[in-house]
Design a protein around this ligand. Sequence first.
Ligand SMILES: NC(=O)c1ccc[n+]([C@@H]2O[C@H](COP(=O)([O-])OP(=O)(O)OC[C@H]3O[C@@H](n4cnc5c(N)ncnc54)[C@H](O)[C@@H]3O)[C@@H](O)[C@H]2O)c1
Length: 457
Amino acid sequence: MSALAQELRRRIETRTARAGVVGLGYVGLPLAVELARAGFDTVGLDLDPRKVAAINAGESYIPDVPTADVHALVGTGALKATTDYRVVAGLDTVNICVPTPLRKTKDPDMSFVVSAVEAIAEHLHPGMLIVLESTTYPGTTEELLQPALERSGLRAGTDFFLAFSPERVDPGNATWQTHNVPKVVGGTTPDCSDLARALYATAIQTVVPVSSPRVAEMVKLLENTFRAVNIGLVNEMALMCDNLGIDVWEVIDAAKTKPFGFMPFYPGPGLGGHCIPIDPFYLSWKARQSGFEARFIELAGQVNGSMPEAVVRKIGDALNTQRKPLNGSHVLVVGVAYKRDIDDIRESPSLDVMSVLHEKGARVSYVDPFVPSLPARAWHGDRDLASLEMGPGAFADVDCVAILTDHSTLDYQTLAGSAPLVVDTRNAVKGRYPHVFRLGAPASTGVPARAGAEAAA
Ligand SMILES: NC(=O)c1ccc[n+]([C@@H]2O[C@H](COP(=O)([O-])OP(=O)(O)OC[C@H]3O[C@@H](n4cnc5c(N)ncnc54)[C@H](O)[C@@H]3O)[C@@H](O)[C@H]2O)c1
């Protein structure tokens, strides 16, 4: 190990290293909190002055990070935030957690990473460790970051240290959080790997070193492609079961009793969030550069991308049983966040369902206890919306309720008891009712009608 590497290692082990986190979002803020809690003087860098002001006021804006934790760490001076890249000159380590979205053409948009790295390069100094955490295509660390940082005249592996470590945060998951989800790390040289491993080991229970940044980049894409493909498979099964008159939910429940070789995935209105709908396309884009067609990714993308339309068809069919057209009907969407118990609407398929319903002339409203308001541009609608309350009277002039995200705080039995018609894409309503149409399941017949059905009909 070089003398520079030894010195940085000593600083990490004695917690005298000064840590920086660039991008204080769903990934960066929890990491900054863990590093500060591990004993480092930690600075968060973000271009959004509102986030920086919130942190410095001791407030969290990420539901998984309690304000009390931020408040305590800011209070002791362990954590602070800034918009000014000049702080990098005084840092020993920097973790980059900026967005990596897709362009409209489904090509990677690396502009956030490039601008962050260029800004860091201006203040890069010998002995620093730079770790990229943003999800990206294999090769990014060595092909994009390394040359950009080396334009400073310093060499990776000799003058500064460079690694990739994918983030696996699962927003809303109370069990698996930043400190106890194993962290994969791959450095451009053995010293780079060793230093990145040493940094994470101070804050995270298990660190899993791999041989290169490329392997670490690919690990993340395998994990998320695995989910995208399996969700695509189960969504196709749901559409098939709809056709065959078989209950896909019953099939999955029985299949998952197999103690080996099967893992349950569940159908729904499509993919959402910043990872699963996006990351696999980083991989297929990179594969295409070398003439390789990533067929599973494309096919899963097609199936998952068709689900909002399939759900609208299901809503139309359900309304049809009551001799109502979609055009002019009032559809109340339950759940607009992309998954249960979180407030994130990025890429949420609920927004696509709402947009198609609107295009077809339906009147759209929504209930989501996690998302109090929805601007018109978010759902491509004609007006800003506010979440309705799911209390008595919520269904007064509603023709159909569409359950798209099954937040655990809502009472689906009461909903089924009061709504005139329900399309349930999450199997949230327990029991079978003639007016509840589930995605991937035949319409129920010969089962008890819901309480009060006659009154509402
Ligand atoms: N959210 C997740 O569940 C999740 C899970 C695993 C991996 N990831 C990946 O982690 C990365 C970050 O995702 P996120 O969800 O935390 O994003 P986010 O949008 O919540 O946060 C990113 C932050 O970076 C800031 N930013 C943008 N450009 C900047 C720049 N040049 N300098 C400083 N700050 C800048 C933004 O203001 C924002 O606060 C992405 O690559 C994402 O794919 C996200």
